[in-house]
Write a protein that binds this ligand. Sequence first.
Ligand code: NAG
Ligand code: NAG
Ligand code: NAG
Length: 500
Amino acid sequence: MERPPCVSIFLVLCVFIQSSANGQSPGLEPVGRRSRVVETKEALQETETRFLLFKEETDKGCQIRLNHPDTLEQCGFNSSLPLVMIIHGWSVDGFLENWIGQMVAALKSQLAQTVNVGLADWLTLAYRHYTVAVRNTRLVGQEVAALIQWLEESAQFSRSKVHLIGYSLGAHVSGFAGSYMGGKHKIGRITGLDAAGPLFEGSSPSDRLSPDDANFVDAIHTFTREHMGLSVGIKQPIAHYDFYPNGGYFQPGCHFLELYKHITKHGLYAITKTIKCSHERSVHLFIDSLLHPSRQSTAYQCGDMGSFSQGLCLSCQKGRCNTMGYHIRQERQGKKHKRLFLVTRPQSPFKVYHYQFKIQFINQLKKPTEPTFTMTLLGTKEENQKITITLDEEITSNKTYSFLITLDVDIGELIMIKFKWENGAVWTNVWNTVQTIIPWSQEPLYSGLVVKTIKVKAGETQQRMTFCSENTDGLQLHPSQEKTFVRCDVNSTKLKRKIR
Ligand SMILES: *[C@@H]1O[C@H](CO)[C@@H](O)[C@H](O)[C@H]1NC(C)=O
Ligand SMILES: *[C@@H]1O[C@H](CO)[C@@H](O)[C@H](O)[C@H]1NC(C)=O
Ligand SMILES: *[C@@H]1O[C@H](CO)[C@@H](O)[C@H](O)[C@H]1NC(C)=O
């Protein structure tokens, strides 16, 4: 088993896709177009999909049936309240996954406004070859649309109150449901949780979830790391707001190292577990937004994760930031997709606090240096110990470095930074080497490295701050020596008084 396990599952996927292509159709034309003849609304009397409503947060669900108004009453459907409907994805074992119960419970117990909570159970159509399940997504979409149309006709329910939450293939089912609704008005909202990638990536908007399918569409992308041209979750933006936590490739706590632990414990089944970890993280991020109303994660519009990691995108101007999850600000500006990035913790609560640090160095060393620093941040609420920073590049001359720092806890307003040059030993060696090669008798011993200012921008509060060395003399940074930086922008004296 030398091959990375992740590749293996992609092989499995490839085999699925190819075998069914060989067996059933001459090629891979767009899947949606080949779906079975669209049944008209009138013809659809029964649905293959089971629609369940949940009265309590722990019940097993009560089945509502198309054209049976009595089932609506039995199951406690209240047409004056919104309907949140969960739609699961491809099934590898034919069972409903555990997260569904967790999401039902969170929707039932955590919202200020009561909502009808439903599930579209399409297991009989999802527990198939991947390509077959993909083909079934249109049919299930039609059935969901038929149900909503029937609710409009028989219960004076408004489609604008519908929120579909679809995971993996379920995200595309939601999209099809939205597009099959017809008429002038769209359903209220669709949330796509790591919408499936294979056979959807690069397809036209009508063949996958797209912003056209509802008044508001949001998507969370968590496992888009590509192998052999395939990624489990779709990479391209498909919503009004597309969130890419941790870049969207894979998620913290889901690392391959974990896989080996899983394999010893669960055997080969671990492979699906590892795939599920990052893929299903989208679901848990969403549930987290329901469970922790006071710890909502903010995400920021950015071109790519590289720029985000440099802290360059922490702006909320002109609607550039938004809240990830259920409580997203539902505003649409322009037609363009917005790609938003954020960092998360490896487990719930997932929220972190984002900061951009811009450190201005003046390097008078003759030799470039590649230092490691640690910082201790003191805030009005908490002190955060030792954050290690390794600059990716050498400090060669005068330069300002910008990078992203994230904290798990809210330290309040930042008031002091303790800054330390850590790899002194390494540096001393360099120093000795240089000294022996070039006799520097004229130079002061530590002409060294100077930190001029540290500028900080807090993403969550949008506050900007500037820090300077506490003593104006001795600006040089010496290996292993700690320097204290305090606020030196206009309001610093006022702030100091507030603290003391
Ligand atoms: C439906 O919800 C509304 C709004 O919360 C409430 O006033 C009404 O009593 C509910 N109807 C039933 C039958 O529970
Ligand atoms: C860096 O800045 C210092 C002080 O502003 C200046 O003396 C020095 O010449 C600068 N070095 C370079 C390479 O620009
Ligand atoms: C300084 O404080 C005033 C009033 O407290 C505030 O309006 C202003 O935005 C602050 N300026 C900065 C740079 O923080």
